[in-house]
Design a binder for this molecule. Structure first.
Ligand SMILES: [Zn+2]
Ligand SMILES: [Zn+2]
Length: 132
């Protein structure tokens, strides 16, 4: 079992508020294109016909992600993405997550779990904490 970690949260909205309008366009435009590309990849309207554009759409996801990452690296400070010990923060979009196993509303433990307390799931609460 992983050791308990102190949940550090990355709040995208707070960081977004620090960006200039130009920087927002630089990150926001590829973000929109990436979401649209994912939607196109999930499009099942013509199940028996392979979309000729599929390769281009896949490539556009990679390109959009690379652009967004370059913008984040250029405009978001390291101390906004990592805690004081240099550990990466968890984006707030996931909501609550377990401080021991990392499960969340998007990926529960095998057999299911709930919250025993904030940032500790019932599956982990039922087991003794690992002694350091
Ligand atoms: Zn857990
Ligand atoms: Zn869990």
């Amino acid at each position: 079992m992983a050791e308990d970690f102190r949940p550090g949260i990355f709040d995208g909205a707070t960081v977004w508020a620090t960006l200039t309008p130009d920087q927002r366009v630089e990150i926001g435009a590829p973000a929109l294109e990436s979401v649209v590309a994912f939607k196109v990849l999930c499009f099942t309207g013509f199940d028996d016909v392979a979309l000729a554009s599929e390769r281009a759409v896949e490539a556009s996801i990679d390109a959009a992600h690379a652009e967004m990452e370059a913008c984040v690296d250029a405009h978001v400070y390291q101390e906004q993405m990592y805690d004081q010990d240099g550990k990466p923060l968890v984006p707030s979009v996931v909501g609550m997550f377990c401080r021991r196993c990392g499960c969340s509303q998007y990926g529960a433990c095998d057999g299911g779990c709930d919250w025993a307390e904030p940032y500790l799931c019932t599956a982990c609460a039922a087991q003794p904490a690992e002694v350091a």
